[in-house]
Each structure stands twice: as C-alpha cells, then as structure tokens.
Design a binder for this molecule. Sequence first.
Ligand code: NAP
Length: 360
Amino acid sequence: MAISTTSNATRTTTLSNGVEMPILALGSAPLATRDDDTSHFNPLDSFNGFLPEQSYQSLNSALEMNNADETPIHIDTALYYRTHPHIRLVLGNALATGRKKRSDVFLTTKIFHPNFGDSFGTEDLGHCMPSFHNEMTYDDVYRFVYRQFQQSLHEVGVGYFDLTLLHWPGHPDTDEARNSEQRLAAWNVLEDCYSKGWTRAIGVSNFSEHHLEQLQIMNEAKKKENNNSSVVIRPHVNQIEASVFLQHRDILDYCRQSNIVVAAYSPLGRGVLRVTSNETVRRIATKYDIDAGKVAIKYLYQKGYGCVVFWTTKPERVRSNHEILVENCVLDDEDMTALDGLNRSDGTGTWGLLSPYVIK
Ligand SMILES: NC(=O)c1ccc[n+]([C@@H]2O[C@H](COP(=O)([O-])OP(=O)(O)OC[C@H]3O[C@@H](n4cnc5c(N)ncnc54)[C@H](OP(=O)(O)O)[C@@H]3O)[C@@H](O)[C@H]2O)c1
C-alpha cells in the first residue's frame, strides 16, 4: 500500500516561549533489573539500578547523524540516570573536534527526583531528594534543587540546558500540603535558572492536571504575597509516560488547552509491554511498510504529543527511528481509530512506573 504523504514534514514543536523542540528524542536511562522483565512488575521491587555504560554507542550514533534540515539532535537525560558524564564525553568529543556545535544538540535533563526506596545508593550524590525530605522546608528544597541544577550543568559540561524538567511531582507517601510546597520551591528554582539563561525552557514530568493547576495557583499567590514582581511561568513541557496502551487523553487535553507541550516517554512500553508485537500495531506497520516501533511513535505524534522520547541499545535503531522525521508517512483515520482502541483503562498500560495520579 502506498504511503500517504504531506509536503511539510514537521521536525520540531514550538514551545510557548518560542523555543523549537525537536519532536523525537533519544533517551538515556538504561535500566538494570534483577529478573527478566517479561512480566508486569513493580519497579520498586525489580529495578536494580542503571547501566549508564550502555548509553555510549547510542549517544555516539545520534551525534553522528546529519542534522536533518538543521534540526538539532534531541537527547533526554536526568541527574538520576547517571548518564550525564557519558553525554559529556560523547558530546565533548564532537564539540572538541568541531564535528558538532552546541546548537546542533537539544539537551533535556531532569532534577528533583524523590527517593523511591533505596534509590540505588545515589542519595549521598544528590541524585534524589534525601530521605528526610518530609522535614525539608521551602528554603531547604530551594537550596537542594538549585545545587542539583548546578551539579547537572557541571556533570554534562555545558553552560546551559535547552530544557530542564522537574522529574516527579513528589513522593507517593508524602501528604499533599508538603508535596505541593516542595513542588513550588523546586519550580521557583527552575524559573530563576530560566531567567538567568541557564536553561532555554522549563517544564515538569509525570504531572497530572491537578498538579499543574495547583502549581500555577500557588505560584501566583506566593509571588503576590511576597510582592515578588518576577513573572509567573507556566511549564513549557510536561513529559509523561504514554504509548498506544496508555494514552492519557485527559492530561493531553488539559495541557494542550493550557499551551503546555506534552512529551511522551516509553512509547514502546520499554519492551516489557510488547507494544511492537501487538497484532494491530503489526498489521498497520505492514500496511505502511514501516517497522512496528515507528507506528507506535508516529501514533503519539499524530495524537498531539509534541515530542516522543525513545530508548534503544542498537545504534542502527537510533538512525531508523529518526527516519520518521523525514518520512512523510501519515497514519490514516481508520488506523488511528484502531490504535485508539488499544488504550487500557485498567492500569496495565504502564510498564511499571507510578501513575501521575498516585502522587498527591
Ligand atoms: N520522565 C520520566 O520519568 C521518564 C521515565 C522513564 C523513561 N524516560 C525517558 O524515556 C526514554 C525511553 O523510555 P524507555 O527506555 O522506558 O522505553 P521505550 O523507548 O519505550 O523502550 C525501549 C525499548 O524499545 C526497543 N526499541 C526501540 N526502538 C524500537 C523499534 N523501532 N522497534 C522495536 N523495538 C524498539 C528497545 O530495544 P533495543 O535496545 O533492542 O532496540 C528498548 O528495549 C528513557 O531512556 C528516558 O530518557 C523518562
């Protein structure tokens, strides 16, 4: 069957502050698990840490690609993933030899990760909120998150990020009053870093509509109370887990109405959910003569996700997944409806992470 085409293949999404964000991002969170990960599991039980050394080849492969139409290569990382030094090495080499300019790369990182369980021994490194986070005041959190941001710049070896996100809205065992105040303190750090030009855009991750609405109201109230004339900034991006099995239509609708771009992570269900083995996804892939992973990614983009963040250990897949930026394949209405039908409302659509709705 012939592929439908459109003459203006889109490669970037414009954020509310005018920054152009590339719609496809290579992630860098190579997770190690204790068991084979073929079942639906609780990550708090099964994560065994990260294998950041697995990221070298994929990062290198991404930076070796030619930038299509000058579109920067988008790399997604987080202080928590321990891959900042790996990005520093691979990117540093490309910059040192003149193969790339800083503007050829769009760097997204994340800070403010709560301490879920033992945090793989990273607590003393400042990768997570400390275990006594329940006692931290607004000022404590502000100082802690500010240090995390500076540590991130230092680890990656750059002077600015393109996008910095709050990794999680808080801790699932912490009450709403405490979580919401800590979110505000962390967000005020990002606003300050943004105003200084240390990050070109700021956003959040794993936030529900409620977290976003509440953050806006609390931020406006606090600035008014303190006669603080600095601008209240609404997040430019909300990065959430999304796939054909976990479509998060309510968060997507809310964010689009509020001019917040939604980025989808784990579009392939991290392999655990076997998205690319699904019969409907495979049938549509055959129809368009593309691989099933591209159907899963393309679906999210056509639904309105402004960015899709995938991971692969295979350098050739870094390149082939990026082909959707230049292939003018458009899934037709019938196929989009069939993929809409794969959404699971029973909570099994995630590969194991916490739902944004679980955190108060
Ligand atoms: N904000 C957050 O809280 C958060 C949470 C989780 C993840 N993330 C970000 O999102 C990134 C991606 O998430 P993820 O690793 O969980 O899941 P993912 O991208 O959904 O899945 C990765 C798996 O998909 C396979 N794959 C890649 N391309 C494929 C294709 N075209 N066809 C078939 N299989 C393909 C890879 O296998 P091979 O290695 O064999 O190619 C790998 O096992 C992370 O690296 C991280 O940067 C963010």
